[in-house]
Design a protein around this ligand. Structure first.
Ligand code: COA
Length: 442
């Protein structure tokens, strides 16, 4: 232990010391979501004072609104390429110092697809404190972080006692770390949003589709939390998911999830990252029943498909009558990212008895050009020009709104049109049918 502790101590640095390790044109990759190293990122723009310029920072689902993101003055020091937008990136995109990388989660940062352009890779991550054997845990996830460590990036980690110690590909050895900044702040949380009546109805429809013994994946957004509530009456569910959530803790604690029928890693809940409340982080701490694996593996559709009765449940912003799902953008304006939507939807359909479910409200309240609130249908005859499709019409399976379920897999367009109109809001059904006829959508 003493030997490991000496190595650990030799790597501890202050933030200004760490910033001096950065060179012009470096490529930073920051750990995802709750694993973001917030104290370092708050100071990162100060590399400009050291004469550093031309760096690129790639992130996914950033939690903080840092100076280099919100202040376009730092564009020449650090340009941000995000592959899953959250509020700070949505805001900053307008300043032209942030751009989006379209990609599936399973291929994010793979050697083949990750364009480093000869830049030095610098991983900025977080870890829970070192154990007696010289190991730290990347804690809330290893979507790409461990892979970058194996790929010889410069590794800078904040060690934070508030981070849970988790197992799987999150484990790293002290010798794999180049610099440590000791910090102590509460881990960023994603608060639980209370369910609406509509969420509960959609949750019930989905619960009817999920069979006992199924292995589930729940996506990001308000509806999946309501689905978790509705699944509490199920038996022998398993978890193989990209994101591990508070709703999953509820399902484990009430006994609906026991992972007993899983065909891939039985008895373990498998995930690639976790994001939620402190309760979730406490549940994960030192919990060997949750296995964190690299996102390249967890989200590989062929891996997902090895789970019997794999059922993926995700949400979308808009569906057209062909079944195309625009889940990450409003028109051409980036809202989030593809993440694992296509990975998990395709994977579930590769699984024996598998199902992929896409849920959405039938309408959205949006502001029109005059700034007035208007109701629009989220089921539309056609996407607008420039709209971005996250899940193709070839990969869609079940679509669910508060008006019911439309099963589209293998169905001709003429049947898709009828089924989708039946789950659209009644106020819009005639208009959608009229547009379908006018445009020959059948
Ligand atoms: N037209 C215009 N605006 C729309 C809209 C539409 N058809 N549908 C929704 N919106 C607006 C909402 O009004 C809301 O606006 P607000 O932020 O001003 O309130 C905003 O878009 C978000 O909609 P909401 O339904 O609240 O989204 P959410 O937070 O539940 O997230 C997704 C839903 C689709 C964005 C999210 O699930 C996602 O990013 N999916 C892609 C990635 C994925 O599925 N990964 C899977 C594994 S985690």
């Amino acid at each position: 232990m003493e030997k490991f502790y000496d190595i650990y101590k030799s790597k501890v640095k202050s933030i200004p010391e760490v910033l001096k390790m950065i060179k012009s044109n470096d490529l930073f990759i920051t750990a995802l979501g709750g694993s973001e190293p917030m104290d370092i990122l708050k100071e990162l723009h100060k590399i400009r004072e050291n004469g550093v310029k031309g760096c690129v920072l790639t992130n996914c689902l950033p939690m903080g609104d840092y100076e280099f993101i919100k202040n376009p003055e730092y564009k020449d020091t650090i340009f941000v390429d995000g592959w899953f937008y959250s509020p700070s990136l949505r805001k900053a995109h307008k300043n032209a110092n942030v751009s989006h990388i379209p990609q599936h989660l399973h291929s994010a940062l793979t050697k083949k697809l990750f364009a480093t352009d000869g830049r030095r890779k610098v991983l900025l991550a977080t870890a829970s404190p070192m154990d007696n054997h010289g190991y730290l845990s990347l804690s809330l996830g290893c979507t790409y972080e461990k892979q970058l460590i194996n790929d010889e990036a410069l590794v800078i980690v904040e060690v934070n006692p508030y981070l849970p110690r988790t197992f799987g590909d999150t484990t790293i050895n002290i010798n794999q770390v180049d610099a440590i900044v000791e910090v102590s702040y509460q881990v960023p949380a994603l608060p639980n949003v209370p369910f609406t009546e509509k969420d509960a109805i959609i949750g019930q429809y989905i619960a009817e589709l999920v069979e006992d013994g199924a292995t589930i994946q729940l996506g990001i957004g308000g509806i999946p939390n309501a689905v978790a509530e509705a699944l509490k009456s199920k038996k022998h569910l398993g978890i193989h998911t990209e994101m591990f959530t508070d709703g999953m803790v509820d399902l484990i604690e009430c006994g609906a999830v026991d992972n007993s029928k899983k065909t891939l890693y039985p008895e373990k809940s498998v995930a690639t990252f976790a994001l939620g409340t402190r309760r979730l982080y406490d549940f994960l701490d030192d919990n060997p029943s949750v296995l964190f694996k690299n996102g390249m593996w967890t989200n590989d559709s062929y891996v997902i498909g090895q789970n019997y009765k794999m059922t993926s449940i995700n949400t979308t912003l808009e569906v057209d009558l062909f079944g195309q799902c625009a889940s990450e953008a409003i028109g051409h304006v980036q809202f989030s990212g593809t993440g694992g939507q296509a990975d998990t939807a395709i994977g579930a359909q590769l699984s024996e008895e598998g199902k992929s479910i896409i849920a959405l409200y039938s309408t959205a309240d949006i502001k029109n050009e005059q700034g007035e609130k208007v109701k629009v249908s989220k089921i539309v005859p056609m996407m607008k020009p420039g709209a971005i499709v996250s899940l193709s019409r070839n990969d869609v399976d079940y679509v669910v709104t508060e008006y019911g379920v439309a099963w589209l897999r293998g169905r001709a367009i003429r049947e898709r049109v009828e089924r989708l109109i039946n789950i659209a809001h009644p106020d819009f059904r005639d208009e959608i049918r009229f547009e379908a006829k006018k445009n020959g959508i059948w």
